[in-house]
Design a protein around this ligand. Structure first.
Ligand code: ISJ
Length: 261
């Protein structure tokens, strides 16, 4: 069937299905490059898995997955990053950080879970029990059990938990560098003209933040502020330094775990 063949030729692009990607999705869907790609939306850990397994060609993936890729290329000048409090990635708790005994780790996340581990060990210097989750666990964030929550659910959790330890802000206080949560990473070389057009489509989306705000009513949090003051989309040289530092810490953390095993 021609339609199916047509789909097979398309570049498969995975993207996180949270509100913070709406400006980028708007730009991509408005651009001519949209006809060359198939957009697949899922939560970050699943987009990461698809890129590792090769079911997509490029994805806005959690940067923590980069060391797991046989081949990788960062293909745009845009990312999901922050230069101050990010608002949608935090350790949420009913008690102050030094009283936390257990931390539930968000099954949707790869980067923020790794970031929480780095910061608990090196910045807060505490060693609570860390527990992986598989499905919604937010009701269990109570007493001395805290939780890492990311994305839209974190914006909601801000209304629930009295203590909010913003992981973007903590990273910056610790390293003096901005942070990159996710970047556009390909697992194979892609045509240069596609990369150029795809980059331009991202840029165009960010010029129309107001469209993304208008199309996504979200009474819980001011999305204009979220897109312009919390999420920082430009992958600057400073953010690349933050990314390198983070990946070095992640490798170090892995070494510590291997020695403990
Ligand atoms: C800032 C955020 O960054 C997200 C956090 C990710 C992670 O922890 O693995 C992955 C993708 C990003 O979209 C967020 O979604 O709240």
């Amino acid at each position: 069937m021609p339609a199916k063949l047509n789909q097979l030729n398309k570049i498969k692009v995975g993207i996180v299905n949270y509100l913070n990607t709406k400006p980028l999705i708007y730009g991509i869907q408005q651009a001519a490059v949209a006809s060359r790609l198939l957009l697949i939306e899922d939560y970050p850990a699943n987009v990461a898995r698809m890129l590792v397994e090769g079911t997509i060609d490029v994805g806005l993936v959690p940067v923590a997955v980069i060391p797991h890729l046989k081949e990788h290329q960062i293909i745009t000048d845009y990312c999901i990053g922050c230069t101050g409090p990010v608002a949608s990635v935090a350790i949420f708790s009913e008690v102050p950080i030094e009283k936390i005994e257990k931390v539930l780790l968000d099954y949707q996340s790869r980067t923020s879970v790794a970031l929480a581990k780095v910061l608990l060990r090196k910045y807060w210097k505490i060693a609570p029990e860390l527990v992986d989750t598989r499905s919604d666990y937010r009701a269990s964030i109570k007493g001395t059990t805290a939780g890492v929550v990311i994305g839209d659910r974190a914006l909601e959790q801000r209304k629930v938990s009295p203590y909010i330890y913003d992981l973007g802000e903590a990273w910056i206080n610790f390293t003096r560098l901005p942070f990159v949560f996710a970047a556009w990473v390909s697992n194979k070389p892609l045509p240069q003209d596609f990369i150029t057009d795809f980059n331009a489509a991202n840029k165009e989306g960010l010029l129309h933040i107001d469209r993304a705000v208008a199309e996504n009513p979200f009474p819980v949090f001011d999305l204009h502020a979220y897109y312009t003051q919390h999420i920082s989309y430009e992958l600057t040289p400073e953010k690349k330094m933050g990314l390198q530092q983070f990946l070095a810490f992640v490798m170090e953390e892995k070494g510590i775990l291997n020695r403990m095993a």
